[in-house]
Design a protein around this ligand. Structure first.
Ligand code: SAH
Ligand code: SF4
Ligand code: F3S
Length: 422
């Protein structure tokens, strides 16, 4: 059986798609080079913004028209959870709709699901090397925060943490396959907690796993950053010096209506604490412009917060109304044109800040893990959140290198001389 998976959305979706891929390979499946050659096509969808759903729908329709006559077309993930079986009425070529909440238990359902897939052949793909050096490890799923704009709690369900044993098992399996870097995942990863274990304690346990070079985690909610977590990041040798801390807005009135449960002052105090405990460190963020009721002066507060914090990079979005969330019904929806203008202004500001952060690295020594080969050279990440580029004929995939930054472009540290440290 040949399969083809197309993934939209966040790292949790990438992780779910990887799990699906492993399950299919273990059952004799082989990845197809082209969707038109596959016996099973899977689209893993995202609902977070209207555009994400539109893009996914177009892809599903496209696959419906190019797929082999008897090939199966599964739609999985957050949009499947939100719209359910009505998707099959809208796009009849879809053969199964599997929601995001089912993805956690997909290993118990996959065999039944596969019974309906007609496969050209079942040549065993067992023993194929998965070959990745960096992997995502979900440690908690779902979200209870109900930010007023966000669809995630409705499509991913209630927050729950996985046990330390499950997590360490998952990590050990991946390390045995050659994984060197892991990213612990959760919608709200720093509220991870079981009876015995806080997120900081989990980081310490993972830091002790032999064979791991680097540990990352995302996404942290500013209201749940504990002092214990900050000192764990500062002191644990394998934990990347990077915290992704979505701010969403720099204006208190907007943060309140967003139900974010912190103020601008609390957020800035957290940033200060992090920087006092750990320097250098990359801080990155998510932000939204054009939330209902966002005035010019609220937007100016976001701009000034960006200047004050100095994020290494930021994901910047225009607010997209999501049916079923409270904010769709809020008064004073901001016109699309204004949202676009504000987004452009914020992007221009952040682009300059990012350039400055990269330029300041010239001449500095960095340690980078190389995770990707492009047509031009090797790409990796430094100990923080910065992209590193090396041109070399050596095989650097999965290797740690130490080198001096010889030049920087907008968003890349270029390294010309380096030594391998693993
Ligand atoms: N759990 C994470 C990320 C959730 S989704 C967190 O709490 O930060 C990723 C990002 O998408 C959010 O941080 C937010 O900036 C953005 N986002 C979520 N809902 C959105 C919406 N309705 N319109 C525009 N952007 C949205
Ligand atoms: Fe959405 Fe807020 Fe939960 Fe993040 S914390 S997933 S933005 S509801
Ligand atoms: Fe999108 Fe679902 Fe992630 S809505 S952002 S894929 S949790």
């Amino acid at each position: 059986m040949r399969f083809f998976i197309k993934t939209f959305g966040c790292q949790m979706n990438v992780s779910d798609s990887n799990t699906l891929q492993e399950l299919l390979i273990d059952r004799g499946g082989t990845p197809a080079d082209e969707p038109s050659m596959a016996d099973l096509l899977i689209v893993n969808t995202c609902s977070v913004r209207e555009k994400a759903e539109r893009t996914a729908k177009n892809k599903i329709k496209e696959y419906g028209s190019i797929k082999k006559k008897n090939a199966a077309l599964w739609v999985v993930g957050c949009m499947s959870q939100r719209v359910g079986e009505s998707l099959r009425r809208e796009i009849p070529s879809v053969t199964a709709v599997i929601g995001a909440m089912d993805m956690e238990y997909i290993h118990t359902q996959i065999d039944t699901l596969l019974e309906t897939v007609e496969s050209a052949n079942t040549v065993s793909g067992k023993g194929r090397s998965y070959g990745e050096c960096s992997a995502f490890i979900p440690v908690m799923r779902g979200c209870n925060n109900y930010c007023s704009y966000c669809i995630v709690p409705y499509v991913r369900g209630d927050e729950h943490s996985l046990s330390v044993e499950e997590i360490l098992n998952d990590i050990q399996k991946k390390v045995a396959r050659g994984v060197r870097e892991i990213t612990l995942l959760g919608q709200n990863v720093n509220s991870y907690g079981t009876e015995k274990t806080t997120f900081a304690e989990l980081l310490r346990r993972v830091n002790d796993v032999p064979g791991i070079d680097r540990i990352r985690f995302t996404t942290s909610h500013p209201k749940d950053i504990s002092d214990e977590l900050i000192s764990a990041v500062a002191s644990l040798s394998k934990v990347a010096k990077h915290i992704h801390l979505p701010v969403q807005s720099g204006a208190d009135a907007v943060l309140k209506r967003m139900n974010r449960k912190y103020t601008r002052a609390m957020y800035l105090e957290t940033i200060d604490k992090i920087r006092r405990a750990c320097s250098p460190i990359d801080i990155t963020t998510d932000v939204m412009v054009g939330f209902p009721g966002e005035s010019e002066s609220d937007f100016a507060d976001t701009l000034s917060l960006f200047s004050d914090v100095g994020y290494t990079t930021a994901f910047m979005f225009a607010y997209s109304p999501r049916t079923g969330t409270p904010a769709v019904d809020f008064p004073e929806q901001v016109p699309e044109k204004v949202k676009k203008e504000r987004l452009q202004e914020l992007i221009s500001l952040q682009t300059e800040i990012t350039k400055g952060k990269y330029a300041a690295m010239k001449g500095k020594t960095v340690e980078a893990l190389i995770t990707y080969k492009s047509s031009r050279g090797w790409i990796g990440q430094d100990m923080g959140a910065k992209r590193v580029f090396i041109q070399s004929t050596d095989d650097l995939y999965g290797k740690m290198i130490r080198g001096t930054v010889s030049e920087t472009t907008g968003m890349t540290l270029v390294i010309s001389e380096y030594t391998r440290i693993s």
